[in-house]
Design a protein around this ligand. Structure first.
Ligand SMILES: [Zn+2]
Length: 186
């Protein structure tokens, strides 16, 4: 959750969003260093309400997985925030998409690199976002107790250090998710 300048988000909303990112990251085998529910002013235009510090860049460089499938998992991870809001029934179409603006931009970047989206496109087609959120939603639902625990801890302490969870995302998930995305390519 990055850049909602004017909108207010409750701590519950932000905790659901960040726990969603964290669960999907861990499910995909990406370590998470820290998760926070904390409002910070980044600059005059940007306010950050929460943050999931997933060790994604290291994972992108070192994980024994094709770049294509890493990008697929990255898309799921970025959709994990919105999916967490959906699972927790905190999703609000008036503000959730705005709060997840940078997540959606990063989904767009991965789609471009995968050749599923033209570089010139200015908006990520809704169909892609829907598929990504759906995938992430299923992943969170399969790890509901870890998700609930993280939400709770985030609300109590405001942060979470190195949460652990067994990875569960498989090569089949990579293939299936890629096939779904290919099908809606504009
Ligand atoms: Zn987010």
């Amino acid at each position: 959750m990055g850049d909602a300048a004017v909108l207010e988000f409750s701590r519950e909303h932000v905790a659901a969003h960040e726990a969603g990112h964290a669960v999907v990251a861990l499910a995909c085998g990406i370590q998470v260093r820290r998760v926070e529910v904390h409002t910070t002013r980044i600059n005059l235009k940007q306010t950050r309400h929460g943050w999931t510090d997933a060790l994604e860049d290291i994972w992108m460089d070192t994980a024994p997985l094709s770049r294509k499938f890493k990008l697929i998992r990255r898309i799921a991870l970025k959709a994990g925030g919105l999916a967490g809001e959906c699972v927790a029934e905190m999703f609000d179409s008036n503000k959730s998409f705005h709060g997840a603006k940078s997540d959606i931009e990063q989904i767009g970047g991965a789609l471009c690199e995968l050749g599923l989206l033209e570089m010139s496109v200015e908006k990520v087609p809704a169909k892609f976002i829907e598929l990504a959120v759906c995938r992430a939603f299923k992943t969170i639902n399969a790890n509901l107790s870890a998700f609930a625990q993280m939400r709770k801890e985030l609300l109590v302490a405001g942060f979470l250090e190195s949460p652990k969870m067994e990875p569960m995302w498989t090569d089949d998930d990579d293939r299936l998710f890629l096939a779904e995305l290919v099908k809606v390519k504009p």
